[in-house]
Design a protein around this ligand. Structure first.
Ligand code: UN1
Length: 497
């Protein structure tokens, strides 16, 4: 784990400041950064506002050129950036690579969009009139991102915002500031190759909650895109709304896989395992619940726990080849997991795993055996998201009951059904209340091409693919009269003088 060398490869000067940054791999300090003050944030937002005045005038396909170059810079630096992601947030290197790949993919997607951003033509009710709907740049976008996808989620926002004509002011999680600096340095390289751009086009601000609040309250940011917990979203949403800003919220998930009697378990179990223990259960799309037909309850629980048992020696340093489960982000995450397990023990018939491992080797880091709880039914404890590997296996009798259990939680991000019965699959898609509903693949690991996000307490936002770009632009309806007579009024109104 050579942080300095990795930063060198990414052209990042080791940052200076007094706020320590720690790696969850062993809890050691890997550097220090300086937090922004109200004044430095104000200057960055002012620069973004100035950059907007220039950038909005650049034709969208030319804006796409910069994003294309950025995607290529990312391709050239995929390995060291993935390495830094692993070091800073603890996900295994392979998943770090996947995260950088998501950045590259969304850049490609945004480049294509830069020649689209289609509006509409609308038939007018009046003679010699045309009606159009145009999409125009919105303004500087504030992005608040979480530790668990420290670079991809910013890229989803930034690549789209940039082709839409919007500068970006990014506040990364205070747990992962170094990867943000690396992205910023790589973006700077892209700007140089592009031939220059306003320095306020992309900026990074560091800090804790207060910095986030200043950003959220700033009327110069017409859109705030925030990823994090439900309590965070509850704070952000109303504050942005109070100033009539727009927010795009990606909050908690409580994602379930429904396993029906017709499921092909050879297809189902690998997805359930990856969803439950991959990224040490720290994805917003992680599988938290397996709602399984009562005839398979014992079998699915024992297959899952046996698989996890077989992974015990694959828990460890995420940079090491062969590791499949890295550490939790910090002690707070570990304590929250232990508290959830203690509460679950009252409701569960059996709880597997959950214990801390490797404490001798890494006294300041938190590695755990993923936990699985066998539940006789879904209880109140299951309604809360625990951002750690803790999966509940819950039985159901009928598909209607499965969906009732499925939809009973307050979150609505991702869902999946394992079935070979087309009727069950279609019933599930129609009744899942989530933003994502998969068939025979798990809840996590979405591609960038689809709109990503969820309903209910997940916040309703959509990012990355499909028409998510519309959040980064403002819509304008435009009616033009090209006749020579007195123009007609709509609705046939006569106003004769
Ligand atoms: C997140 O956990 O915040 O679908 C994002 C997935 C990833 C993104 C997760 N593509 O699991």
């Amino acid at each position: 784990m050579d942080v300095r060398e990795t930063l060198n490869l990414l052209n990042v000067a080791p940052p200076v400041g007094d706020m320590p940054v720690r790696t969850p791999i062993d809890g050691s300090e890997i550097g220090r950064v300086a937090y922004d003050t109200k004044d430095s944030l104000d200057k960055k937002i002012a620069a973004a506002t100035a950059a907007f005045r220039e950038w909005r005038e650049v034709p969208a396909p030319k804006r796409g050129d910069l994003v294309r170059i950025f995607g290529n810079v990312l391709r050239d630096h995929k390995e060291p950036l993935a390495h830094l992601v692993s070091i800073e947030c603890g996900k295994i290197l392979e998943e770090g690579r996947g995260e950088v790949q998501e950045m590259i993919d969304v850049c490609d997607f945004a480049v294509g969009l830069s020649r689209q951003l289609y509006g509409l033509t609308i038939q007018s009710e009046r003679p010699d009139h045309t009606m159009q709907e145009n999409w125009l740049p919105l303004g500087p976008v504030g992005v608040i991102s979480a530790f668990n996808f420290p670079v991809a989620v910013w890229a989803w926002n930034a690549a789209l915002a940039l082709v839409c004509g919007d500068p970006v002011v990014w506040k990364p999680s205070e747990k992962t500031p170094m990867t943000a600096l690396a992205c910023h340095a790589l973006f700077h390289q892209a700007v140089l190759r592009y031939g220059g751009a306003h320095p306020g086009l992309c900026s990074v601000v560091h800090g804790a909650r207060d910095v986030g609040e200043w950003l959220v309250d700033d009327p110069r940011l017409p859109l705030v895109s925030a990823t994090g917990s439900v309590p965070m979203g509850r704070a952000v949403g109303p504050r942005v709304a109070a100033r009539f800003g727009r927010s795009l919220l990606e909050l908690g998930g409580n994602n379930a896989v429904v396993v029906t009697p017709s499921a092909d378990l050879g297809v189902a179990m690998p997805s359930i395992l990856f969803g439950s223990v991959g990224t040490a259960g720290q994805r917003c799309t992680s599988t938290r619940r397996v709602i399984v037909h009562e005839s398979l309850h014992d079998q699915v629980f024992s297959t899952l726990t046996k698989a996890i048992n077989g992974l015990k020696d694959r828990i460890g340093d995420p940079l090491e080849e062969g590791t499949l489960i890295g550490p939790l982000i910090d002690k707070q995450a570990f304590d929250a997991m232990q508290a959830s397990i203690a509460a679950t023990k009252k409701d569960a018939t059996e709880v597997f795993g959950g214990e801390r491992v490797l404490a001798d080797k890494y006294p300041d880091a938190y590695y755990v055996v993923p936990a699985v709880a066998k539940m006789p039914k879904q209880t109140e404890n299951v309604h809360a998201e625990t951002f750690a590997p803790l999966t509940y296996v819950i039985p159901y009798a009928t598909i209607e009951e499965a969906m009732q259990i499925h939809n009973a939680v307050p979150q609505g991000l991702s869902s999946a059904i394992m079935t070979t019965d087309v009727r069950e699959a279609e019933y599930f898609k129609r009744h899942s209340d989530c933003g994502i509903a998969n068939v025979n693949i798990g809840t996590s690991g979405a591609e960038i091409g689809g709109a990503f996000g969820g309903e209910k307490e997940t916040g309703g936002g959509r990012e990355s693919g499909s028409d998510s770009w519309k959040a980064y632009m403002r819509r304008q309806t435009s009616t033009t009269y090209f006749g020579t007579e007195r123009p007609a009024l709509a609705q046939g109104i006569k106003f004769e003088v």
